[in-house]
Design a protein around this ligand. Sequence first.
Ligand code: GLY
Length: 430
Amino acid sequence: MSKIDVLVVGGGGREHALVWKIAQSPLVEKVYCAPGNGGTANEEKTINVPIGVDKFEELSRFALEKKIALVVIGPDNPLADGIVDHMEAKGLKVFGPDQAGAKLESSKSHAKNILVELGIPTARFAVFQDKTSALNFASENEWARVVKEDGLALGKGVVVCDTIKEVEDALSKMFGGNAKDSSATKNIVVVEDRLQGEELSLFLLSDGKNTLTLAACQDHKRRFDGDTGPNTGGMGAYSPVPLYEKYKEVIEKQVVEPIQRALKNGSLKYKGVLFIGILMQDDIPYVLEFNARFGDPETQALMPRLKSDIVPALLASAEGTLDQVKLDWDTRFSCCVVACADKYPESSSKGETIEIGELPEDTYIFHAGTAIANDVVTTNGGRVLAVVSLHEAPEKAQQNAYLALKNVSFKGIDYRKDIAWRVATKCHSR
Ligand code: GLY
């Protein structure tokens, strides 16, 4: 069989991890990454292509010209805007959901309705199109302390509140004005129960009819140690997750099987990767959210654990043959720590030279906000890169990731010192 070329769309850490894994496939001749970053530029077999993720026409033209056999879409925005529909209409084979499928992420009210329809546990909720009704509802129902903006919001669309005042502030922001102004109906919000418990992320592949469970991960969304500070895209992640191992059967029965049944009977149409955010409360797996893409930085934690070639699985998802695919996972723990700009998430870093020294065994660097010019790699974003270490012992994986970070430098580098604290208790100084 002749080798294929693959195009990965995106330029973050998730895409670097995907490119890294895809490039290892013996089935692959070349990987193009649009637009890529300073890490993908230096990856084996890989060429960065300076086309933005929102340039559907240019991306399709490039893929057709290069006879790309598989396009892999990384980020949420192009999926929500219909990049898969666009490319498939041109005859390209694409890994990812179409626009209707991506609504599981791009509309939180749609996702809640699907969860209810499929009988999957989810927090009780109500949907509102004006601030006054939403605020009245939250005032009358003490449990209603989570406010979610309906669309994509770069991880800032969910506000978990302690008080009704915080609910009011969140609603004011989302509706863009005075919460008492019921004429402000430009948005939709979901107000839901504030559940209490530990969270995990589960990744499934779907081909439209079959699912294949990948692995579970736990990420750290808060900016500072001790899970404090503002929410971010993710400051680190680890996998596997003991909580998932404990509740695997319950999650399979109450979350995965209803999804499988709905795919088979046609009541759910979805292909690509489904990222399921689950919170365990009273032994019940409540689904908090769906994402229609791989997580970032979860993908960086997962790819080094995947022993099998990923390309047959991505192709099978696009072709409807996932029932013929099996994946083998490394049982070792991976610990992924994100190095960011010191002022992230308020601001980012640009143009600072990145130096990377010696790395411990089984340690990988995935770039996110980086750029390359004249062979010099510089910062170009808030989350700059991630260090991922694998080890049988979670505390060793954690220790190696932090040891590696001592050999990574750029002006203003910062990172959390307690990633994976649930499985490895040490705190690491710089
Ligand atoms: N790390 C969370 C996300 O990718 O949405």
